[in-house]
Design a protein around this ligand. Structure first.
Ligand code: SF4
Length: 229
């Protein structure tokens, strides 16, 4: 399984399917933010990260321009990760709260983190076409990992997962803390649960839309859903 994921990640890293995003991610990496001007930016698609045996798959939106587009690891080096990883540490999914670089010693246990799009988009908004281009990578991760629980960080990730599982219907609505059972997919023969959370972007965390307590409750619930399988 490890090598299947490694092969997939190598493929992802060399992807250039979306011309707009390729140009943007490379431009940001060339120009850099002043605070990071001495660093070499990753500037490529950001692969998934974590435990290949994970029962919990976390799906975010897309790399931050100066976060994971700089460091090359999901949610690493920006404010979203600064909110996410301490919560994962408190919940026991991470061995440390800090996430600064690919070599900072961070290890995830029973969790794999990925994204709806792998390249940093302007304004944090990948287009529908770009999300479609990137979807096969997410499908293959699901096929390889066969997660029991998928945690969607934000509405874009939730809608992408509904699309992958061909789920339609008014009963599937994004709201923070909502969970749903899904089954009978060709991608994953095991029944799985979907769990929704607001994305830990500053837009949500600085406004109080997503508090530390609300986020902690998501990871407690993810653990309960694993136990219920
Ligand atoms: S967003 Fe996905 S499909 Fe588009 S270039 Fe990046 S890795 Fe490739």
């Amino acid at each position: 399984m490890g090598s299947e994921l490694e092969n997939l990640n190598q493929e992802i890293i060399s992807c250039r399917k979306c011309p707009r995003l390729v140009a943007w991610r490379e431009d940001v990496a060339r120009v850099k933010r002043k605070a990071y001007k001495d660093q070499e930016y990753w500037g490529k698609p950001v692969p998934g990260f974590g435990d290949p045996q994970a029962r919990v798959l976390v799906v975010g939106l897309a790399p931050g321009a100066h976060g994971s587009n700089r460091t090359g690891r999901q949610f690493t080096g920006d404010a979203s990760g600064g909110f996410l990883y301490p919560a994962l540490y408190r919940a026991g999914f991470a061995n440390q709260a800090q996430a600064e670089s690919r070599s900072d010693g961070l290890i995830l246990k029973d969790m794999y983190i990925t994204a709806s799009a792998r390249c940093a988009p302007p304004g944090n908004k990948p287009s529908p076409e770009e999300l479609n281009n990137c979807q096969p990578y997410l499908e293959r991760e699901i096929q390889i990992i066969k997660p029991k629980v998928i945690v969607c960080l934000g509405r874009v990730a939730f809608e992408r997962i509904l699309r992958i599982y061909s789920i339609r219907g008014a009963s599937f609505k994004f709201s923070h803390g909502a969970s749903y059972r899904i089954s009978n997919s060709s991608l994953n023969l095991h029944p799985s649960s979907l769990l929704c959370s607001y994305h830990p972007s500053q837009q949500n965390t600085l406004t109080g839309k997503l508090t530390g307590k609300m986020f902690d409750d998501v990871w407690v619930k993810a653990k309960e859903l694993i136990r219920d399988e």
